[in-house]
Design a protein around this ligand. Structure first.
Ligand SMILES: [Zn+2]
Length: 591
């Protein structure tokens, strides 16, 4: 009897230990480093790494790893949450479940949503929570900080002072390159979140979807018609408020910039539902906790609507490839934003007039919020309106010397092919008229605009062995067309990859200092600009080119007709005829 009792006591103690350890393992005792300070301090980079390791030690449903290293040598951590645990992107893709990337802190000083992600990470590993239950239905890939070098400085940029959130097209900054290559273009999420600090009071979270007209608008529509109303509802149920980024007045609400060099808009052209969260100025605990509620709602929406989310994204991806294989659609190369065809209501917090109460502090008093004012019947300036389109081609051609542009395309995981023998190909060519340089972000002499003749040239040309061919019928088709159309704001010429091979410029003698191209061809310029009208008209017809007069003393560069005839860049050639003989193409590089 005594022996038996001892055994059962022993087994009771085991049960107790198991219960105790399982209680530990659910992570209930693990607080985020910020939480430990009552949200007075943000979680540091080092403490974040320890916290993530502590979480992983409690569960078999979290994989912690890193996707790259920053300029200063910091690891960029990511965590996969799934049930059963998957470790490879192909497992996620064949799982039949939606893949969601939750990321924040691309602007190093913007840390609120990052705190929300650290909180929701604990819920993913804690049995009994709603988020833990959802791991049956979707796969979460979390990147709490894209820009660790900026985080440790609490700066907007990285260690070089570069705004990484303007680098999505050129992908020159290692932190973002690693994130795009190894997370977004490897896990191919159906939806990804990008967390920032911005937007307007009295809202706790401001949201927005892809804003550029070059993306599949059905991705944006899903955000506007379903995801954002759902988030607003959930926020309200928890005592918070959510509305669009970024600010409004008594007549209109204005939304985010539309360039594809910015996260959510880039999301649109890689056919992913990109969701921007901006946390406006508020108490730190309110910011982190309201961001948590909004992120939960986002994840919940995807889990509840998995089929719809996957179908919308898969269709956008399939149609992008088909557009290139059977070219016929249009590329939006330029756009503007106008009012939505419906009116909206929202709150604004009027700014307190400065100088009212004497005292020189100024800025500090502006922080004191005034009573929100409810605005009704206002415009929502968010409708993307294409202002210029070009036909979607079968492929683009780049000459062999354009290797820097090829490098940029490779950074975007674009498949590049090369001619194995001299090949005659019917092409359409743009005729450039002028281009203008200016300082844009970290590029002091970027090409800010290119003007080409409205009419293109149709011709059949012999392209030598070694010429690059970039077909648009691939998953990155929208990125390819945006990067290789000369009139977009973010192309290979904009970001200086073509500088070394740009043609001679007849610029009325006014080349800008520091320009690396050939000196102006003044003889050709004279022919093109003034005089000799008769011969010129013939050429104009032939090339669809009206020789424009250079603007003396400006920074603009003008191209002469002579320069165009010997235009060395075949970038502007687009193949529209898919049946042309391309048997001599060989793949040089898939990535
Ligand atoms: Zn930001």
């Amino acid at each position: 009897m005594a022996k038996r009792t001892r055994i059962s006591l022993f087994s009771i103690s085991i049960v107790f230990l198991l219960a105790f350890s399982s209680q530990l393992s659910v992570g209930q005792v693990i607080q985020t480093p910020s939480e430990k300070t009552g949200f007075q301090e943000y979680t540091s980079y080092e403490d974040m790494m320890v916290y993530l390791e502590d979480l992983q030690a409690t569960t078999t449903e979290m994989l912690l790893s890193d996707f790259g290293t920053t300029i200063e040598g910091r690891k960029q951590p990511y965590a996969v949450f799934s049930r059963p645990l998957i470790t490879q992107p192909w497992e996620a893709m064949t799982s039949g479940k939606p893949i969601v990337v939750l990321a924040a802190n691309i602007h190093g000083g913007e840390r609120t949503v990052r705190e929300s992600l650290l909180l929701i990470a604990r819920e993913f590993v804690t049995p009994g929570t709603q988020m833990h239950a959802l791991l049956d239905d979707l796969i979460i890939v979390m990147v709490p900080t894209i820009n660790p070098d900026g985080l440790v400085r609490a700066s907007r940029g990285n260690s070089q002072g570069v705004d990484v959130n303007r680098d999505w097209i050129k992908l020159e900054q290692p932190a973002l390159y690693n994130y795009v290559r190894n997370i977004l273009l490897t896990w191919n999420p159906h939806l990804f979140l990008d967390g920032h600090n911005g937007g307007s009071q009295p809202y706790n979270i401001c949201y927005q979807g892809p804003a550029n007209a070059a993306g599949d608008q059905r991705l944006t529509d899903l955000c506007d018609q379903e995801i954002f109303p759902y988030i607003s509802e959930e926020m309200e149920a928890n005592g918070y408020m959510a509305w669009y980024y970024s600010r409004g007045d008594s007549t209109q609400w204005r939304t985010a910039p539309t360039q594809n060099r910015i996260s959510i808009n880039y999301g649109g052209i890689i056919n992913s539902i990109a969701v921007l969260f901006e946390s406006p100025r508020q108490e730190r605990d309110t910011g982190a906790l309201s961001g948590l509620v909004a992120t939960r709602a986002l994840v919940q929406y995807v889990a509840d609507n998995a089929e719809k989310v996957m179908m919308t994204v898969d269709r956008a991806r399939r149609e992008t490839i088909e557009k290139g294989q059977n070219p016929g659609g249009d590329i939006v190369v330029q756009m503007e934003t106008g009012p939505k065809p419906y009116k909206v209501s929202y709150y604004i917090v009027p700014r307190r007039e400065r100088g009212g109460s004497g005292g020189g502090g100024g800025g500090a008093e502006v922080q004191q919020p005034q009573e929100p004012v409810f605005i009704t019947g206002a415009d929502l300036i968010m409708e993307p309106i294409p202002t210029k389109t070009r036909p979607w081609p079968y492929a683009y051609i780049l000459e062999a010397r354009a290797y820097k542009a090829i490098e940029m395309l490779k950074r975007q995981k674009v498949m590049i092919e090369v001619l194995q023998e001299d090949t005659e190909i019917p092409v359409e060519a743009y005729v450039p008229v002028e281009y203008v340089r200016g300082s844009v972000y970290d590029h002091p002499a970027s090409v800010t605009s290119i003007t080409v003749e409205e009419e293109t040239v149709q011709e059949t040309r012999m392209f030598p062995k070694g010429t690059y061919i970039i077909r648009t019928g691939q998953a990155m088709g929208r990125v390819i067309t945006h990067i290789l159309e000369p009139e977009t704001p973010d192309n290979v010429i904009t970001w200086n990859t073509m500088d070394a091979i740009l043609p001679r410029l007849g610029a009325g003698g006014g080349g800008r200092r520091g320009f690396t191209g050939a000196p102006p061809d003044t003889t050709a310029m004279q022919r093109a600009g003034a005089g000799q009208r008769q011969g010129q008209e013939e050429q104009q017809q032939q090339f669809g080119c009206a020789g424009s007069t250079p603007a003396p003393g400006t920074r603009d560069f003008q191209l002469s007709i002579q320069a165009m005839k010997s235009w060395p860049i075949v970038l502007f050639n687009a193949i529209h005829e898919g049946r042309c003989d391309l048997r001599a193409i060989g793949i040089v590089d898939r990535f």
